[in-house]
Design a binder for this molecule. Structure first.
Ligand SMILES: Nc1ncnc2c1ncn2[C@@H]1O[C@H](COP(=O)(O)OP(=O)(O)OP(=O)(O)O)[C@@H](O)[C@H]1O
Ligand SMILES: [Mg+2]
Length: 355
């Protein structure tokens, strides 16, 4: 009989899998090419114990009655979440985000139909020109992947600090400091949060700060870092549209307890954040960048947003593929464009159909 780990390795070795979802002995689901499939592989509680021991206990994140859930990254970068009794009422459940090993660069994302060469070149210039970028979308829409592939374009001489709850990013630059938060121990002590790590990173002389996901009061520390000389910050945030992201940021910043008028918070966001890259997984399984939008200060009591590039959906083919086009819809040059031209970073054709 194969052990839990052997069974798990068997699943991990399968091609084209992006997610493994094991609902105790009630069944296993795989996501392949963006679509979920049920498979006939069951994991009983002994298998689960084997996996907990091999994956979590080994890296000092034991799963116990007191902490019946947790996240860990495997050597290949796959992110494993586990939840067990008494929180998971029908048995232990494991969810694994497996990265598609065939995606190595933005060229691969272009090939998959996620964005166009023009959009990619624009974003590369944004990274090199150190504008602040947020990557937004629903779960599994490909935010982390797009951010990682763009991060490869950060110049080698820069000192990069990455801050994540679970260290997923795999960057290759030499001057790199990857950091990971820590949950509290069973006595409730020793917790280190995203806020703590962002604040500490400011004393590490970073040229570049990358935040795996902003989802709480650390939004304030991030915006403050962005506006006080740490330009070129990249971060992921969950949200369904660029508009939603700006209002979510307002809420997250307020949750830090800061006493600032809303107008001031909005100004901070509108003048600090530069670009939002909005991504979506469509019903045909393809992940697409639906918006690249620019924040341009505050207008009529809202963070003013201008779409630069969008994906416009135009229907479906009979076999269920989504039809549509990526379009350049910019009305004004981005506010940072004059500087980009001075630095020779970007050809203005990138905003036209001649590119
Ligand atoms: N553009 C793409 N085309 C095809 N597959 C992709 C693309 N981007 C990411 N993937 C695959 O889709 C899965 C989800 O990607 P990713 O982890 O980047 O999403 P995410 O939005 O960060 O998810 P989460 O919100 O759960 O962190 C991974 O297996 C990844 O390899
Ligand atoms: Mg992610």
């Amino acid at each position: 009989m194969a052990s839990g780990m052997e069974k798990l390795h068997g699943l991990l070795a399968r091609e084209n899998i992006t997610e493994i979802m094991i609902n105790g002995d009630a069944g296993t689901w795989l996501e392949i090419e963006g679509v979920k499939h049920h498979i006939d592989v069951e994991f009983d509680e002994d298998d689960m114990k084997d996996i907990i021991e091999a994956v979590f206990a080994r890296v000092g994140k034991p799963i116990s009655y007191y902490y019946p859930y947790g996240d860990v990254c495997l050597e290949d970068g796959s992110r494993v979440n586990i939840i067990t009794y008494p929180l998971a009422r029908c048995g232990t459940s494991i969810t694994i985000r497996k990265f598609n090993r065939r995606l190595h660069s933005l060229d691969d994302l272009i090939e998959k139909g996620t964005l166009t060469r023009k959009m990619a070149d624009f974003l590369i210039a944004c990274v090199r020109g150190k504008v602040n970028i947020l990557f937004s979308g629903a779960t599994g829409s490909g935010k982390t992947t797009t951010m990682e592939m763009l991060s490869y374009h950060i110049p080698e001489q820069e000192r990069i600090v990455t801050i994540e709850d679970t260290a997923e990013l795999r960057l290759h630059q030499p001057n790199l400091v990857p950091m990971e938060t820590r949950p509290p121990d069973r006595d409730g002590k020793g917790e280190v949060t995203l806020r703590d790590l962002i604040r500490n990173s400011l004393r590490m002389r970073p040229d570049r700060i990358i935040v795996g996901e902003v989802r709480g009061p650390e939004a304030l520390d991030m915006i403050q870092a962005m506006s006080t000389g740490h330009r070129g910050t990249l971060a992921v945030i969950h949200g369904n549209s660029p508009q939603e992201i700006t209002s979510r940021l307002e809420t997250l910043i307020l949750s830090s307890g800061i006493k600032l008028p809303m107008q001031e918070i909005r100004r901070m966001i509108g003048n600090t954040l530069n670009i939002i890259v909005q991504q979506e997984r469509f019903p045909d399984g393809v992940r697409r960048v639906t918006h690249i939008s620019e924040a341009r200060g505050v207008e009529r009591d809202e963070v003013a947003l201008q779409d630069l590039y969008i994906f416009r959906r135009e229907g479906k083919t009979p076999d269920g593929k989504i039809k549509g086009k990526f379009r350049t819809v910019m009305r004004n040059y981005p506010r940072f464009f004059a500087e980009f031209q001075r630095l020779g970073l970007l050809d203005e054709k990138v905003f036209t159909d001649q590119y």
